[in-house]
Design a protein around this ligand. Sequence first.
Ligand SMILES: NC(=O)c1ccc[n+]([C@@H]2O[C@H](COP(=O)([O-])OP(=O)(O)OC[C@H]3O[C@@H](n4cnc5c(N)ncnc54)[C@H](O)[C@@H]3O)[C@@H](O)[C@H]2O)c1
Length: 252
Amino acid sequence: MVKIIMHGCCGHMGQVISDLVAKDANAEIVAGIDIADKGNTTYPVFTEIKACQTEADVVIDFSSAKAADALLDFCVERNLPVVLCTTGLSEEQLAKVEETAKKIPVLKSANMSLGINTLLKLIQDAAKVLATAGFDMEIVERHHRLKVDAPSGTALALADSLNEAMDNQYHYVYDRSQKREMRDDKEIGISAVRGGTIVGDHEVIFAGPDEVIEFKHTAYSKAVFGKGAVEAAKFLAGKPAGRYDMADVIEG
Ligand SMILES: NC(=O)c1ccc[n+]([C@@H]2O[C@H](COP(=O)([O-])OP(=O)(O)OC[C@H]3O[C@@H](n4cnc5c(N)ncnc54)[C@H](O)[C@@H]3O)[C@@H](O)[C@H]2O)c1
C-alpha cells in the first residue's frame, strides 16, 4: 500500500486524485496540504506545510507555482519522493527542481496523460523527416477560462520535444502582433486559446508546401492526468534520488 500526501488536495486535480485513490486497493491518501481547507476531503488537511508530519511514501503535487519552493524544501527535509504536476514554474524554480533531484526522487511532467507522453515521441519522428524537408512547425493549445499560465506546460513540452529532435536549433514565438515580418525558418509558433471548460487540447501542425500534417490530442476529462499521477506516485515510491519523467513510468 503506497501512502500518499496530496499537495493541493482541495483543488480540482486534488479532488480527482482523491476519488481515484479511494477506489484503489494499492494506494491511500494519508494527509492533504492546501492553503484553503474547503472541507472536501476524508483525510486530515494541513493549511501550513510545515505542520504536516504524517508518515508517507510519496507526495503528489497539483497546486500553484507559488507553492513550489516550500514544497521542494519540505520533501528534502522529510526525504519524500515528489510527483510534481504543477505547471508555470519559473526558470529559478526549474533550476531548484534539478538541484532537489540530486537529493530525493523527483518526477516532473507538464502532462501526466499516456496520450501526450506517446505524442511527445511520435512528433520527434515526424519532425526529423518533415522539418528537415522544410515544413514549418506550429503548436496550438486550448484550455478552460480559469487556467492562469500560458502557453500550457504541455505546449512547451511539445515544443521542447520538437526542438530536441532538431538538435535544439529552434526558438519559440508566442506573439506575432508586435512585428510585421514573415516567420523565421527556425521558429516554433505557440498559440494559446482560453475559454469555457475545455479540459485541454493540443495540436502540433507540420505545414509544408502544399500539404499539412496535424497531430491532435484531446483530454475529455481531468481523470487522464489523475490516473497518470497515481501511477507515477506508485512508481516513484522507494526509488533512488534522481530526475524522472512519465517516459520512465510508461517504460516501467
Ligand atoms: N501535469 C499535468 O498533467 C496537469 C494536469 C492538470 C493540471 N495541472 C496543473 O496543476 C495545477 C493545479 O491545477 P488545478 O486545476 O487542480 O488547480 P486548482 O486551482 O483547482 O487547485 C489548486 C489547489 O492548490 C491550492 N494551493 C494554492 N496555493 C497553495 C500553496 N501555496 N500551498 C498549498 N496549496 C496551495 C489551492 O488552494 C487549490 O485548492 C496547475 O498548475 C495546473 O496547470 C497539471
